[in-house]
Design a protein around this ligand. Sequence first.
Ligand SMILES: [Ca+2]
Ligand SMILES: [Ca+2]
Length: 156
Amino acid sequence: MKLLVFLLAIAVVYGQNEKTCIHSNHDQIVADKVVQKVYQDMHKGRGPDEPISETDIAFEFVAKFNTDFNFLEVTRHEFISRWEHVYRDVPGFAAYIFEHLDVTADGKLTVDDAAGVITAIDSNKDGVATGREFELWMLDLYHNCREVGWYHGDKN
Ligand SMILES: [Ca+2]
Ligand SMILES: [Ca+2]
């Protein structure tokens, strides 16, 4: 029994991807290039001043990141493995991005996270999240280690 508990503890430690806010990419793709791709995937075909809606967020990060039959939610594990596959960032960094998208902090991405993500992106607080604001928000996350929820304070 003790051995089993010990083995489970090991599995938990190694099974979780230790979060890191220091960007690292399997293919040595620099942060700005990764963000450019994330931005294009999110905002394809639209101008930088055009808004991003809650539906856009839900479509991009919930629907597209889903890998199992439960298409209304994306678990931390699902998100990390797909982010690593598509953008080639290491799992620990994908975990850091996940935590910034999981605004409700329940360990999964659902439509309930979309409004909070919009608030986080909307840096000039005019109630609209534009494509450019999304891009700048992502760049900020990639370049500056940000605590989850930091934008709730004064954001300059
Ligand atoms: Ca959530
Ligand atoms: Ca705005």
